[in-house]
Design a protein around this ligand. Structure first.
Ligand code: AMP
Length: 283
């Protein structure tokens, strides 16, 4: 069955209240739409574990910088509704910016420190927009479980911190990163890539794989590994490195040794498109 579309935040909240009163568990998948298999894997996990699945589609203006791609961000509601249906989504919450932000927003949720580095360094205000909209969405949808992908690893850690510290009554469920058959991490922004950039984008996966092989081979020195990763990324002329960092996946701090918690996080620009990727490095 096609999911029911709700546009009004008040209507969404009324529905959530009545579902909860009836004892139905709500699983929630927040997205910006232009759905792909990465999003759908979250929806399927939600389908397995909850009575009702709500997926939101909201390109959130407050998480885009003034020079970023808010206007150009790909949108296709009809295709998204079919994809959501195929994953067993019951309700699609699709509000307009003016309904989510009816007046000038004076209240913001900020997670400190975890948002300073990595994507936060080049996207000032981005995580404040993310945490604020996720807090609003959690209050509207009132889920028992909310599903987030490891694709956006820093975002996931930031949201877990917010949920813990603000005592949101929700379990954050981590879902694995989903890749294209050739290894490129699925992303709505892949639609921006030209044919040449799409080929060049594979350098992120190659760099992750190279690091993984070196760690398996016994190299545990993050400085040396990082040098090799940067060398690999620099070998692709279309790619401009924004960061390549080995961090402890618990607190996102630079890791001194590559142990079982070490994750390699990458951000690379290909033309106007910014891509991120990451992997846990198993020894
Ligand atoms: P977005 O629409 O890009 O804001 O993403 C919505 C949710 O889907 C976030 O929790 C993302 O981490 C997750 N997601 C996006 N791409 C992927 C992917 N390739 N694999 C797993 N999760 C993903």
């Amino acid at each position: 069955m096609k999911p029911t579309v709700l546009e009004s935040p008040a209507e969404m909240q009324r529905l959530a209240r009545s579902l909860r009163a009836a004892g139905t568990t709500i699983g929630f998948v927040p997205t910006m739409g232009f759905l792909h298999e990465g999003h759908l894997s979250l929806a399927r996990a939600a389908r397995r574990e909850n009575g009702v699945v709500v997926l939101s589609i909201f390109v959130n203006p407050t998480q885009f910088g003034p020079a970023e791609d808010f206007g150009a961000y790909p949108r296709d509601l009809e295709a998204d509704l079919s994809a959501a249906e195929s994953a067993g989504v019951d309700y699609v919450f699709h509000p307009q910016p003016a309904d989510m932000y009816p007046s000038r927003q004076l209240t913001w949720v900020t997670v400190e420190e975890l948002t300073d580095g990595l994507c936060g360094a080049s996207r000032p205000g981005h995580f404040r927009g993310v945490t604020t909209v996720v807090a609003k969405l959690l209050n509207l949808v009132q889920p028992m479980r909310a599903y987030f992908g490891e694709k956006d690893f820093q975002q996931l850690v930031v949201i877990e911190q917010m949920v813990r510290e603000l005592n949101f009554d929700v379990a954050v469920v981590r879902c694995p990163l989903v890749r294209e058959p050739d290894g490129l991490a699925m992303s709505s922004r892949n639609a921006y890539l030209s044919a040449a950039e799409r080929k060049a984008a594979l350098v992120l996966y190659r760099a992750l794989q190279r690091a993984q092989e070196r760690v398996r081979g016994g190299c545990k020195d993050p400085v040396r590994l990082r040098r090799e990763v940067v060398e690999c990324l620099s070998g692709e002329p279309l790619a401009e490195i924004e960061y390549a960092e080995f961090v402890d996946s618990r607190d996102l701090q630079p890791t001194g040794a590559v142990d079982e918690h070490a994750r390699l996080l990458l951000a690379v620009r290909l033309g106007d498109t910014r891509l991120i990727d990451n992997a846990l490095l198993k020894g």
